[in-house]
Design a protein around this ligand. Structure first.
Ligand code: SAM
Length: 192
């Protein structure tokens, strides 16, 4: 029998706290997941092939690396980001500027469940990487995506799987341990 476990969303917005600033988070993510962000951008281009001059909406951009890589690969695209954390917006805006795409990026603060400031049928493409597991009400988010997408718009959303087999769990455990080791080495942190 197939048992569906109840969905437990993660913490919602990720913000500065006394353990880590989002600048530190951003550097760790870039170091750890640099190739993964490039792969994401490549997949968006090859799998959904955005039309020329598409207007893209990124949900939960965090430090921005996924969308920034997409903009670097496709100089014709422009991107808005809807991000629940103002700390992430601060960092993503600096990252976009430093990577030379700041003039094609605009991050807005808000929850994707309620994108009231975004008009109907505005975007050609909605993307999101590793944010869905934070959404409190994914159904509401998908209804909002439908509203802000143009009728022939496209979506490309990916997220981690919870129903991992042993090998997957092992990979995640090793990744978490190496994440913590990088974190300890990049700042003046101690694990215990
Ligand atoms: C795990 S991070 C991933 C960040 C980025 N997409 C990446 O791949 O590096 C999840 C991001 O989604 C944001 N977030 C969580 N819930 C959200 C929501 N309902 N609407 C918009 N952003 C949300 C968090 O603040 C965080 O920046």
């Amino acid at each position: 029998m197939f048992i569906v476990k109840p969905r437990i969303p993660e913490c919602g917005a990720i913000k500065d706290d006394n353990k880590m600033t989002m600048e530190q988070y951003s550097e760790i993510m870039k170091k750890q997941l640099g190739k993964e962000y490039l792969r994401f951008a490549g997949n968006v281009i090859t799998i959904v092939t955005p039309d020329n001059n598409s207007k893209v909406l990124e949900i939960g951009p965090g430090p921005g690396w996924a969308g920034i890589n997409l903009l670097k690969k496709r100089p014709d695209l422009v991107l808005d980001g809807i991000e629940a954390s103002n700390d992430m917006i601060r960092v993503a805006s600096v990252n976009a500027k430093n990577e030379g795409v700041g003039n094609r990026c605009n991050y807005k603060n808000g929850f994707a469940e309620n994108m009231t400031e975004l008009k109907d049928a505005t975007y050609d493409l909605v993307i999101s990487r590793d944010s869905l597991h934070h959404w409190v009400d994914p159904e509401k988010v998908f209804l909002e995506i439908k509203r802000v997408l143009k009728p022939d718009g496209k979506i490309f959303i990916c997220d981690s799987r919870r129903d991992l087999k042993l090998t997957g769990k092992l990979i995640v455990t090793i990744s978490v341990i190496s994440f913590l080791m990088v974190w300890v080495n990049t700042g003046k942190h101690q694990l215990l």
